[in-house]
Design a protein around this ligand. Sequence first.
Ligand code: SF4
Length: 204
Amino acid sequence: MRNSELIMQSLDQLFPDAECQLHHKNHFELLIAVVLSAQTTDERVNSVTPELFEMYPDAHALADAELSDVERIIRPIGLYHNKAINIIKLSKVLCEYYEGKVPDSREDLEALPGVGRKTANVILSNCFDEPAFAVDTHVARVSKRLQIADPDDDVRTVEEKLMQYFPKEKWGKLHHQFIFFGRYRCKAVKPDCSDCPLKENCII
Ligand code: SF4
């Protein structure tokens, strides 16, 4: 069996139902949640978004929000000042150019305030079923340990190597499975290597 097939099979067995952990009900909520998730955990984001989305259920409402009100709600997640500025600005752009909707092209997404390549990839894959492989800290670490990428590769190179390594139709699912594997088994510190089905592929 090829290494890529072994990895896909093992992750299917370990995490058959891996999916986005950020709570959301629509494209707008997912976009805001992903922007808020920079340098914090999904759990923290999920702890503030219910109040945020109750007060500001769509881009039109958030575009008109007072900065201090948004800052108060998202304060627990850290970097709250810049994140509040970004999600209000982003909502204004959505209202001005996209009728309040989330655009479905990479170029348009990456032009939004606070949105980089990783966020665009998450939105393209989760909202629009576009083939994209978002690379976060878990995905990068697991890819390097499994020798899909080299230790010194930057995030963009890791993404390119993942896209070459796995078939396009699997990228979206694998993104979530890599995150689950990195979060619950192949942790940054003290990975749980007992019974790891990918031990033979691993540099550790
Ligand atoms: S053996 Fe340990 S470090 Fe290597 S892939 Fe498995 S869990 Fe991660």
